[in-house]
Design a protein around this ligand. Sequence first.
Ligand SMILES: *[C@@H]1O[C@H](CO)[C@@H](O)[C@H](O)[C@H]1NC(C)=O
Ligand SMILES: *[C@@H]1O[C@H](CO)[C@@H](O)[C@H](O)[C@H]1NC(C)=O
Length: 310
Amino acid sequence: MTKKSILTRIEIKLAAMSRRSIFFLAAAVVMLYFSIILFMLGPLHGSRGGYYAGGYMNNFAFRHDPPVNWCSELTWQSPPSPDVVALVSYPGSGNTWLRYLLQQVTGVVTGSIYMDYGLRVHGFPAENVTDGSVLVVKTHAVPMDSDKFKSAILLIRNPRDAILADFHRLHRGHIGTAPKSAFKKKSHENKKSDWSTYVSTQLTAWETLHQMWLTRFPGPLHIVFYEVLVRDTRNTLQGILNFLNYNVTEANMNCAMANKEGIYRRKKKHQDFEPFTADMYKALDQVRNRVLSMVMDYKRKHDNSHVRKT
Ligand SMILES: *[C@@H]1O[C@H](CO)[C@@H](O)[C@H](O)[C@H]1NC(C)=O
Ligand SMILES: *[C@@H]1O[C@H](CO)[C@@H](O)[C@H](O)[C@H]1NC(C)=O
């Protein structure tokens, strides 16, 4: 073999290698391109399919969580109550956490007008049960004449945190958080970000939900502020149990308090990051103040009628 032919062979080999690496490079570019398209196809709207879609996402969030340890084994309400009590809140307001606390302290399952498969396999076997066999029934809907609710607990969280928490849920399930990029994304034809459109529509929904329950619901309403529930869990929970006319032992209350964190509270993240603009804060404050004054009106009327009766 001559020196020249060896060199030629090496050249041919090198050429073949670079053709192969160009091929792999091209393949990598194509794959990157498709993964970007897949990423773009999964925007906010994709997961905004109501609570059924949310339940699907929750399966991923919960997959590695330990099972729930209940203070006592969960049972159905026995005998079933003739009156169904709604547990009303805007999404992201701690509805699942309050259900968790109620199940811990009473040992009775709580229901829901939704079927969240993720919750059903993680401590909430009565998803999609809306009769008197459950303690309370979760709903995010406005009151309707067709409802069987005789009374309601209205859980109110400030709209800033509720809207943010629900935005996280839509992106990551019940206990995850949305990536920062989710707050910047814009739809093609829109100048505003999806996030800012989301905030204004959800703020309207937040106001409507509370307004409807505070002014249209004929039955007794027990109002609970999420922030108070967090700050003074024991007394707030006791107030709810009084409203439900449900007695619990001191030992059960202590057990529930010892386990009050549960696994259903989202860990705070992005503490350094401010997703709300000054304009958003202005709108949030206006709407929140309107609802707070509706709450005061409700309480005033409620007290007056009570005074008149006695
Ligand atoms: C929910 O319950 C109703 C009956 O109460 C049933 O017809 C329906 O199929 C259930 N939905 C799901 C998603 O399981
Ligand atoms: C709860 O306890 C009080 C006093 O301990 C009692 O008078 C009341 O009947 C009890 N209520 C229920 C629903 O068991």
